[in-house]
Each structure stands twice: as C-alpha cells, then as structure tokens.
Design a protein around this ligand. Structure first.
Ligand SMILES: Cc1ncc(COP(=O)(O)O)c(C=O)c1O
Length: 395
C-alpha cells in the first residue's frame, strides 16, 4: 500500500517532465460558442465541446430540465428494476426509439455504461464479437468484458471484416460493433458495406452513434440517415451528453427483445441508479427541439464546411472528412499539448490529444465545430491558428 502512492506521484512528475501531463481547464459559464475560464475570468472561443447543436444552453431545453427537477426531485435514489423508473424515462425512451426508427430504447446513466452493459449481457463463449480497432474505449472495455471469441479488424477495412465473419461461421451468433463516427479521426464508418456483410453472414450490427446522433443526416438521425439507411441498423448506442442536450446519459436502441433482455440482465441496469429525471426531461426536450429545428443540423454542416475550407486555405492539413470533428495531426503529444496551450493564450480553447488516447506519434489538436458558432468565431479561430501555426512551423 505505502509504495503505491509514491509510485503514482513519481509517474505524475515524469509526465510533467515530458510535457504530457493534462491540466484541467475550469469553466465558470455554460457550454457555448464562448466560455469563461474560471481562473482568469477570460472569455475564450470554445472549440472542444461536443455541444454540436448548442442545446446544452438553449433556454427551452434547460427550462424543461429545471421544471422536472422542481417536480420530481434530484434523482431516482434507486436502480431501474427496484423503484428507479419514472414515467419521464418511458417518455424519453419512446421518443428516442421514434427518432431513430427502432422498436424500442433503454436509457443508461452514460453511453459508456450502455456500451459496457451491452455485449457481455448476451454473448457467451460460443459467440463471436467483431470490433473495429479504433472503436471508442467504452466499446473496447465492453469487448474485453465479453466471453465471446474476439476479432479486431483494421480500421474500416471491409476485407478484414469479411474475413472475420468467414472465420467465425461456426459461432452461435456473430455481433459486429463499430463507432458510427470515429471520435478521434472524425471519419464515418462504411455502413452500407457493413450492413451488406452483416446480412450476408447473418450477423447483428451495432453502431455507437455518439458523435453522429444530432449531427449526421438531414435531420440529425445519425449515420444511418446519412447513408439513406434509416431504420436498418440493428442496434444503436449513443449518448445524451453531446448533441442531444449535452447533459449526461446514454441509451441502447433496437428490437424490443434486446432492450427487454437488457432490462432483465444488463449489470449497469441492475446495479446502478437510473438517469436523474431532470436529465431525462432535458434530453427529451433536446430531441423535441431538434425535431422542430432541423436548420440547426444545416448550420452545423455549413459551419463545418466553412471551417475546413478556411483551414485548407491557410495551409493546415486537417484529416479529411465531413463531420464536425476536425483533427489536425501534430505528431508528438508534448507538441500537441503545447499548441493547445498557445491557442488558449490566443483566446481559443481546443484540446491536444496524445497517447494513450490516440496511438503514439499521432498526437493531434482536435477542433470541434458547433451550430452555436457564428462565422466571426470561426474567423477568429483561424487567425489565432495562423499565428500559433507559424510560430510552431506548422504552416
Ligand atoms: C464514441 C463514444 N462512445 C461513447 C462515449 C461515452 O459517452 P458518455 O459520455 O455518455 O459516457 C463517448 C464519449 O466520449 C464517445 O465518443
């Protein structure tokens, strides 16, 4: 015991020495296009929130949360199957299912728990679980917790996916899981090919659409809508902590038999409290707001195209893509962290990501665009990036 904390302290000082230690930035304002830094009271342009549609701080959405707080109190004080299910959970789940074109949906306190509580619940050692190598950490942990035979295919490599399906033909079930939009790269999975393969080899296909729900498709219904395949994906997990209100919570949407089974057996459902009612009401209001305002999705798309074009014009080389995740590869972790600190000094809040969040040598500054941004914000970011980029010799 005694040596443990000394070791941790020594590793922490090594991280500081190597310039890879993460310093938390404290905010004293809601998530929005501009946020206030707690330490200095300075306002900076926010380029690192997942508040894709600005619903985190949209008055009608926030009011729905406060009203539910007043009406229903702070939380459920219980797990779902004991006395933790409120009618607001049912209304939210019906709305999610309707929005995504699935039979049903089941909420969790986060998408992390939705992913961890998914595969281990119904796959056993006679099954096969097939996963993209760049899937989100919550999927990776869910895969690790599952007893099924595992196949990890190279990122978006459809030939490897097909091979994995061929190699596991003897399994009772094959279950493929992938991010819809990959969070560190910002690219979209090859859903049409994946669906075709899943159908050909009789596999179930699950997408984690955390960065796609509210973002992709004409009306923000996600990866499936983007490809004209709305209602065709067997299972969708996603978060309520990004575009859909930005509070917290996640869900699994799919056939009734799946969500009912998860209600009976998924360990985070059985052993952890339900989503607080105010958060459920806030998320429900966020989806209703999005349904009434599809122009938010169009604005997000227009902002993204504008920002990507301006970056290219100024000589930056963001990873190509169509999503509001716009990563600029820097290389070394310390350099990406340095760039983000310099940008903060210039009034732009954007985070540098390095190992172990992304592979060594591919550290990056990940810009995230929101419908809350106006062109002036994006222009100011580009000006700051030009100054910092030229000081660092990137442009
Ligand atoms: C692809 C993906 N899945 C799951 C999660 C976890 O979501 P939550 O914050 O709801 O746990 C994230 C969050 O970063 C994510 O990017």
């Amino acid at each position: 015991m005694s040596g443990l904390f000394e070791r941790l302290a020594s590793e922490l000082s090594e991280m500081k020495g190597q310039g890879v230690y993460k310093t938390l930035v404290h905010l004293d304002s809601p998530q929005d296009a501009v946020v206030t830094l707690a330490e200095t009271g300075r306002e900076v342009i926010n380029l690192c929130s997942n508040n894709y549609l600005g619903l985190c701080n949209t008055p009608e959405v926030v009011r729905a949360g406060s009203a539910a707080y007043e009406e229903l109190g702070a939380g459920t004080s219980s797990v779902r199957f004991i006395c933790g299910t409120f009618s607001i959970h049912k209304r939210l789940e019906e709305k999610i299912a309707d929005f995504l074109g699935t039979e049903s949906a089941l909420t969790y306190v986060s998408c992390w728990t939705a992913n961890e509580g998914l595969m281990p619940t119904f796959l056993g050692d006679e099954d096969a679980l097939i996963s993209d190598e760049l899937n989100h950490a919550s999927i990776i942990d869910g895969v690790r917790m599952t007893k099924a035979k595992r196949k990890i295919y190279k990122h978006s490599d459809m030939a490897e996916l097909q091979q994995a399906l061929k190699d596991t033909q003897a399994a009772r079930h094959r279950f493929i899981i992938s991010d819809g939009v990959f969070s560190m790269e910002g690219d979209i999975c090859k859903l049409p090919d994946m669906l075709e393969l899943a159908e050909k080899y009789d596999a179930a296909l699950a997408l984690d659409d955390s960065h796609a729900t509210g973002v992709l498709g004409e009306t923000g219904r996600g990866t499936a809508e983007h490809y004209g395949l709305h209602g065709r994906v067997h299972v969708i997990t996603s978060t309520l902590g990004k575009a859909l209100g930005g509070a917290a919570g996640g869900f699994t949407a799919g056939p009734e038999a799946l969500t009912d089974y998860l209600t009976q057996r998924s360990r985070p459902q059985l052993f952890s409290n339900a989503l607080p009612p105010a958060t459920a009401a806030h998320s429900l209001a966020a989806i209703e707001h999005l349904e009434k305002h599809p122009e938010l999705v169009r604005k997000l798309r227009a902002n993204t195209s504008y920002f990507r074009e301006r970056l290219l014009e100024e000589g930056f080389k963001p990873i190509e893509g169509d999503t509001p995740i716009v990563p600029i590869i820097i290389g070394e972790t310390a350099e990406a962290i340095r760039m983000s600190k310099m940008l903060l000094d210039e009034g732009v809040f954007v985070i540098g990501f390095g190992y172990p969040v992304v592979p060594k040598g591919t550290a990056r500054v990940r810009c995230q665009i929101s419908a809350a941004h106006e062109t002036e914000h994006l222009d100011a970011v580009i000006d700051a990036m030009k100054r910092v980029g030229s000081q660092l010799g990137i442009v």
